[in-house]
Design a protein around this ligand. Structure first.
Ligand SMILES: [Ca+2]
Length: 440
């Protein structure tokens, strides 16, 4: 980037450098350092990550900028009484099934539950949520025992979308959701987190060749052949072959997914050691693989009482198969941990809660106290033009110029010709005319 400092080209280059920072993401990527993958159905999104007009999220993704993996599509949904559960899993909030009393979502594998999103056609009722653990090895639990939702919190943003949170950090394989019904249900999404490892700083203890760039392990490409150029491979003789990924923003992690290479030598990963590290440098998750056969994909579910972490390390330690670390992708699902009253993937947004002392949910920006006046919807975002007040439910006066008013008070900025007053709802007095009746 030597051009950026040459005085002759300074002005042009300044723009060039700036433009590179703000717009140079490859198609299909966005974010301040192009670290987020676009998961809109067309694989394309705006510079801020939102989908193009009339586009929706790819199957399996939902939430702000389609960045949250959706577990509902991996499971089978049973409605009570039976009905078209596919209408809840098509990513469309407008296709609904009527007269539903309860639903059951089951997976073949265990997951950690954090929160779910459900769109109904009615408002103002409560939920009952229960979970079933699978083969936890906990002998105090019988096979049919359900676990209740701990510290249940329901975020309800004024429209018909509910977010149900539980502090249930057990691994579960079934969710039973019941409400005062029957109700019309339109969408169900179960959060499996964002991949917080994507495009983060990665370090490899050694590399086999030039192709083995450490960043390949977190480049968003799970292609399993080493020769595809998206894997990492340490060098022969490395006494402790390992990969370290450092997160730009601290995170709380639910689940880690490792993509083994598929073209050769899968046994080398057997017995791997995975650790996550807090900012103080202490280990949190400490997991050693004990599966007897090498896997294409490894899923590691985080244990209870997770800490805030900033790094993750993966070490190969199977001497029988030669000491090498070769994997093609490391995904770390969870979400960022933000300072109070901030939210978003980079903690870049301020909460807009009705209670100014509340810290909103870090993933959605939603508040238990509701959105502050002038803000509404998922994320408590500023009102659309023409609306103001609590949940943006009040319309600006028809006398406001451009139909624009203060999002909190509803006062117009300027009046249409012929009107006056804070709300531009008084006609001009005799002898005056024009904008705000300023002319005589
Ligand atoms: Ca990769």
């Amino acid at each position: 980037m030597a051009e950026c400092v040459r005085p002759v080209y300074f002005v042009m280059s300044l723009c060039f450098c700036f433009c590179q920072v703000s717009t140079a993401c490859q198609e299909g990527w966005f974010g301040s350092s192009c670290q987020y993958k676009c998961h809109c159905a067309t694989d394309r999104c705006h510079i801020n990550g939102s989908c193009l007009e009339n586009d929706k999220c790819q199957t399996g993704w939902f939430g702000a900028n389609c960045q949250f993996q959706d577990l509902a599509v991996n499971g089978s949904v049973l409605l009570v009484p039976q009905g078209r559960s596919d209408l809840l899993q098509d990513g469309d909030d407008d296709t609904c099934h009527h007269n539903v009393n309860a639903l059951l979502l089951t997976w073949k594998r265990n997951y950690v539950f954090s929160w779910l999103r459900i769109k109904m056609n009615e408002t103002g009722f409560d939920f009952g949520v229960m979970f079933k653990p699978l083969n936890t090895g906990d002998t105090t639990l019988k096979n049919n025992d359900y676990i209740t939702c701990l510290n249940q919190k329901i975020y309800h943003n004024g429209n018909q979308i509910y977010y149900v949170h539980c502090n249930t950090s057990e691994s579960i394989h079934e969710i039973f959701l019941v409400w005062q019904g029957p109700r019309t249900v339109c969408s169900l999404n179960v959060n499996a987190g964002r991949n917080v490892a994507l495009k983060q700083v990665a370090e490899l203890s050694s590399k086999l060749d030039e192709k083995s760039v450490a960043g390949n392990a977190v480049d968003g490409n799970t292609e399993g052949s080493y020769h595809s150029g998206s894997c990492v491979h340490t060098k022969e003789g490395d006494p402790k072959p390992s990969l370290l990924v450092k997160f730009a923003v601290p995170a709380i992690v639910d689940r880690i997914v490792i993509y083994n290479r598929v073209d050769c030598c899968q046994d080398r990963l057997k017995g791997f050691h995975l650790q996550t590290w807090t900012v103080a440098g202490t280990a949190d998750i400490d997991y050693t693989d004990s599966i007897p056969y090498a896997q294409n994909i490894y899923n590691v579910v985080a244990p209870k009482n997770r800490k805030v972490i900033t790094q993750i390390s993966l070490t190969s330690q199977d001497k029988k198969n030669g000491l090498f670390l070769s994997i093609c992708e490391l995904q770390v699902y969870g979400d960022t941990f933000c300072p109070p009253k901030l939210f978003g993937a980079e903690c870049q947004f301020h909460c807009n809660c009705a209670d100014v002392n509340e810290s909103c949910d870090v993933s959605t920006g939603l508040c238990l106290s509701g959105c502050a006046r002038g803000f509404s919807g998922e994320g408590c975002v500023s009102c659309q033009q023409g609306f103001y007040g609590t949940n943006c439910s009040r319309e600006c006066s028809s006398g406001c110029s451009n139909h624009q008013c203060h999002v909190d008070t509803g006062k117009c900025f300027t009046c249409l010709s012929g009107y006056q007053g804070d709300f531009c709802n008084q006609t001009c007095s005799i002898g005056s005319f024009g904008e705000n009746c300023r002319h005589f």
